[in-house]
Design a protein around this ligand. Structure first.
Ligand SMILES: Cc1ncc(COP(=O)(O)O)c(C=O)c1O
Length: 381
């Protein structure tokens, strides 16, 4: 499939109130930090939004009738996961979801466990609600990031209520194997923890021999699992604010709904209808996107190892590369590359000072320019 034309010609986002691009407005810095893509979304989503906008009335909205069954059918199609549409709890974003679950299952002063490096709201969400974030490090072995089960055993306490899992993993790009997930599930059962699995990157598995396994499909774990999902990463819709939790356990579901009541705002029509089009009609575009991202990933993985002082890992899923810049021996690696014209995310925010995250979801030519600037910077410093 030739995807080059579509993804090579992304629109100029410079004057579109984009968070990613506004950060460096007026400066010659290629923004490869926050996780959105520079590509237009799928044509089926744009068509659906045109149709809804033409209607011209934007009153309070509930999920379109078809949407829950469309979501259920997509999960069956993509992962062989059978859900009851009634298990879906709509919310405006996954970050909201992380805050809600942190508060719903742990009381103030109780603990929420996760592993670093990790997408920053995993660390802040419990703290914002006066819950305690407890972290263990992932361990690196044989060029891969793995869970450290000994560290988990040491960190869990009588006050731990919840384990936050990111699957596939931002920022290391791991697609957790069935064995790894089963081990995590057993751990949650042993210590009676609620397992919260953020699967927002599940539509972005790049390795053709890997498959995303929803945590809730593992034997016996579904009743203690909350899955957080949306179409927003795969279809580049985070600005439209539509996400959901899938919760088969009715008790856990009502705890979530009670925690949201009066605080979490309902979802707008555009978010709902975009999600509907994406899950129902977006599959061929998604395949083309993943194909293009795989090419960008391969470029990143061939270029970064030529840069003295940087180390990186194979990205199995996501459009994010995780980079160890500690050997570069510069004080602030993110500031160093920013000065060279490339805006990367500072690993400190992910609980890993000295590391960087690079978002490669942009036209290949822009990525080549950015990697060229990085090479030049490390060679000439
Ligand atoms: C793992 C993970 N969860 C959640 C989010 C954010 O989701 P939302 O925009 O729905 O809050 C991101 C965005 O990058 C993410 O990587």
């Amino acid at each position: 499939m030739n995807t080059d034309f579509e993804f090579d010609h992304a629109p100029d986002r410079g004057d579109s109130a984009s968070s990613k691009w506004e950060k460096y407005a007026g400066r010659d810095v290629i923004p490869l930090w926050v996780a959105d893509m520079d590509f237009r979304t799928a044509p089926c989503v744009i068509d659906m939004l045109h149709e809804r906008i033409e209607h011209g009335v934007f009153g309070y909205t509930q999920p379109p009738h078809e949407l829950p069954t469309v979501v259920a059918a997509a999960l069956e199609r993509d992962f062989g996961w059978t859900i009851d549409p009634d298990w879906i709890v709509w919310m405006p974003s996954l970050v909201v979801g992380l805050s809600v679950v942190s508060r719903a299952f742990a009381a103030p002063g109780e603990e929420v466990l996760t592993a670093v490096p990790i997408y920053p709201p995993f660390l802040s969400a419990p703290r914002y609600g006066d819950r305690i974030t407890v972290t263990v490090p992932l361990r690196e072995e044989g060029g891969r990031w793995l869970w450290d089960f000994d560290a988990l055993e040491q960190a869990v306490s009588p006050k731990t209520r919840t384990l936050l899992l990111c699957s596939p993993h931002n920022p290391t790009g791991r697609v957790w194997s069935r064995d790894e997930l089963v081990q995590l599930a057993r751990f949650c059962e042993r210590y009676d923890l609620v397992l919260v699995s953020d699967e927002i990157h599940s539509g972005l598995v790049l390795d053709q021999d890997k498959q995303h396994i929803p945590a809730a499909t593992l034997d016996d774990i579904a009743t203690r699992t909350i899955t957080l999902l949306s179409a927003s990463k795969t279809f580049n819709l985070p600005g439209l604010g539509c996400a959901f939790a899938i919760v088969s356990n009715q008790q856990l579901r009502s705890k979530i709904q009670r925690t949201m009541r009066g605080i979490v705002h309902h979802i707008g029509a555009l978010g709902f209808f975009a999600t509907l089009a994406a899950f129902r009609d977006g599959q061929s575009w998604q395949l083309a996107l993943v194909d293009y991202l795989r090419g960008n990933r391969d470029l990143v993985e061939s270029e970064l190892p030529t840069m003295p002082g940087l180390k990186t890992w194979h990205v199995e899923a996501t459009y994010l590369a995780w980079i160890d810049a500690r050997e570069l021996s510069v004080d602030k690696p993110a500031a160093f590359f920013e000065k060279a014209g490339v805006g990367l995310y500072d690993g400190t925010l992910f609980g890993a000072p000295g590391f960087l995250r690079l978002n490669f979801a942009c036209p290949r030519k822009r990525l080549k320019d950015a990697l060229g600037r990085m090479l030049e910077a490390v060679l000439t410093r």
